[in-house]
Write a protein that binds this ligand. Sequence first.
Ligand SMILES: Nc1nc2c(ncn2[C@@H]2O[C@H](COP(=O)(O)OP(=O)(O)OP(=O)(O)O)[C@@H](O)[C@H]2O)c(=O)[nH]1
Ligand SMILES: [Mg+2]
Length: 291
Amino acid sequence: MANNYQWFPGHMAKALRAMREDIKLVDVLIELVDARAPISTGNPSIQELAEGKIHIVVLNKKDMADPEVTKEWLDFFRGNGMLAAAVDSKKKNEVTSVENLLTKLARDEFKESDARFEAAVRAAGGDPGKRNVRIMVTGIPNVGKSTFINTFAGRASAKTGNKPGVTRGKQWIRLKSGNDLLDTPGVLYVKPLSEESGMRLAFLGSLNDNNLSMDELALDFVKWCIEAYPGCLASKYGIEETEGLETMEAIGAKRGCLKKGGVIDYERAAGIIIDDFRNARIGRLSLERPE
Ligand SMILES: Nc1nc2c(ncn2[C@@H]2O[C@H](COP(=O)(O)OP(=O)(O)OP(=O)(O)O)[C@@H](O)[C@H]2O)c(=O)[nH]1
Ligand SMILES: [Mg+2]
């Protein structure tokens, strides 16, 4: 069965409405994307939503991405006049460097007398005299929003998980710097996904696995990997790379994924391959490069 790589959430319109409301309250939008696929995990509509705000693109999970490609992406975004940084959200110093940049930018950009800002702070029950910089994190499911917020806030304040869609609720977190961070990240879904983008999101675990055939997903991944990073699967699993299905079978056999009669257990092989990719055990592989 071939996979249909699309979102299946019933709450996309609701999420967008909530996000539009939240955006009114903040000065700064931190858009988290996955460093391994910054375009497919990004939101084209955020440009319009972020108008009048400081918008920074943060390439998250850089520890799992191909470092050379991440450098190219940073050049790409900065070359297009955007603010961009790459981080491992589990590292405090990397997350803090993003805040330092934002605080400085926000102070320069928004003057004390900014009426729009004051109104927004009052509407949120805050004290505009204090001029705290208000920050919001956005991103598609599973890009690491909760992890980023936790590290940012310096305590476990946002629930994290491996499955998309874990986060609910809403509150502000006062940061050590005096800035305020919205606890609830904004979630945006881009629809429709192109076949290629959808597949990348599925590899990364941003689409719900329950709606996918994992055999097909792993096979698509193996095919991609042979082409984009030749030799990678061969050295990881000690097999020979041929065409996709045969290579997947070789990995399965090597890992003892066999059913009665020596038939390959595709499901188990698929689970191993996808899990290895998602934990960067096959290597630091980027799914997208700048054109
Ligand atoms: N290696 C690595 N893993 C990360 C990083 N950031 C997040 N993760 C992992 O990615 C998974 C998803 O992270 P979450 O913080 O739950 O992602 P989220 O965007 O809040 O997900 P939803 O709430 O489901 O939309 C978790 O297993 C995290 O541990 C990172 O920078 N590096
Ligand atoms: Mg979350």
